[in-house]
Each structure stands twice: as structure tokens, then as C-alpha cells.
Write a protein that binds this ligand. Structure first.
Ligand SMILES: [Fe+2]
Length: 161
């Protein structure tokens, strides 16, 4: 069953939500590749997914650093542990083990849980930094109105090509 995006996964930070949706697309691509029993495609998708997720983590961490997010350190640790777990899978795969099913279910559980919980938690800190105006005074000031020359596009250039 493909993952269908739900609003509980939204952080409200447009650029992050777009990246998270892309990760979910990759997870769904992996499911399709598995269903086709196409080993090469499975390997390709896993590689792309890991690469993209790593860029995304880098972007997220730089953004949280900029925002002065107080739980950045533990958040980074969680990312690190995730990369470690995924690396273990790729090592097993390189030895010829069939890991696609196990990896797919781990990704579904882990990433969705991370997005819905830990990632949602930093949303307010980032919003406060981008629009440091009291919500009551400027209720319509949304994060997507940040000028394109702002720090977010600078970060995007650093982590994504
Ligand atoms: Fe995260």
C-alpha cells in the first residue's frame, strides 16, 4: 500500500514539507520497484532515497541551527542513528541479502514517525525565526512569503542541486 500524505505530516514549513513529500514518493517508488521484482531498480531507488534523505537532513540541521532550535543536538543524533541503520541495510544488500522488504517497512515506520513527531516539534521555532512578528499582529504572515534571496534559498543551494 503506498503512503498517502496526511495533514498530520505537515510541519507548515513549505520547503520542508516539499522535501518530506519527495521522501515519501521515494518510499512509494521503492514499493513499486519491489512489486516489479526489478533488482536494479530497487538498488537505484534505495540509492536515490538515501542520497536525498541525507541532503534533506543536512538542510534541516542547518536550518535548525540558524533558528537556534534548542533540541538541535538530539535531533541530529536521531538523524545520525537513522543513517547508521540504513547503512547497515546497504551493507547487507551489498553482500547479496534481500533487504528490500525489511528496509521498506523500516522506512515507512521510522520516517513517518520522525516527520509526524520530531520534525513537527521544531516548526514553531523556525516560523518564529522567519517571521518574528507576534502571530496576533500579523496572522497572515506565512513562511512562503520569505524573500527568495533569504536564508532558505541559500541553504537549498548548499544541499540540493
Ligand atoms: Fe528531522
Amino acid at each position: 500500500m503506498p503512503i498517502i500524505w496526511e495533514s498530520r505530516l505537515d510541519t507548515g514549513i513549505e520547503v520542508i514539507d516539499a522535501q518530506h513529500r519527495r521522501i515519501v514518493d521515494y518510499i512509494n517508488d521503492l514499493e513499486q520497484a519491489k512489486a516489479k521484482h526489478d533488482k536494479h531498480l530497487v538498488t537505484d531507488v534505495i540509492e536515490q532515497l538515501v542520497d536525498y534523505t541525507q541532503s534533506h537532513f543536512g538542510f534541516e540541521e542547518a536550518m535548525l541551527e540558524e533558528a537556534g532550535y534548542k533540541f538541535l543536538k538530539p535531533h541530529k543524533k536521531v538523524h545520525e542513528l537513522f543513517i547508521k541503520r540504513v547503512t547497515e541495510f546497504t551493507v547487507r544488500a551489498a553482500k547479496g541479502e534481500e533487504i528490500a522488504d525489511e528496509l521498506h517497512s523500516m522506512l515507512c515506520k521510522w520516517l513517518l514517525n520522525h516527520i509526524a513527531n520530531e520534525d513537527r516539534d521544531y516548526a514553531q521555532a523556525v516560523k518564529d525565526m522567519v517571521a518574528p512578528v507576534p502571530a496576533a499582529a500579523a496572522p497572515a504572515l506565512a513562511i512562503e512569503k520569505v524573500p527568495s534571496g533569504g536564508f532558505i534559498s541559500g541553504l537549498l543551494g548548499r544541499f540540493f542541486r
